[in-house]
Design a protein. Structure first.
Length: 67
């Protein structure tokens, strides 16, 4: 099953910040990279799920970022 959300709002105007805000315990008001280890991918792995990261973006380009 897939969960769809209507009226969803991004936490940031660009992907490099929006994705971590969506998948971690980080927040816009108290941004701290130390919140990144508590993320949905690590929690799923710890619960025994096998996870995969799929992206259409290359790892690094001239203006690329590690997302």
């Amino acid at each position: 099953q897939i969960k769809l959300f209507n009226q969803a709002i991004s936490g940031a105007p660009y992907t490099a910040l929006s994705v971590p805000l969506s998948l971690t315990a980080d927040s816009v008001l108290s941004h701290d990279i130390h919140n990144y280890p508590d993320n949905i991918i690590n929690m799923a792995n710890q619960a025994g799920f096998q996870t995969f990261w799929l992206s259409s973006q290359s790892a690094f380009r001239q203006n690329g970022t590690a997302v």
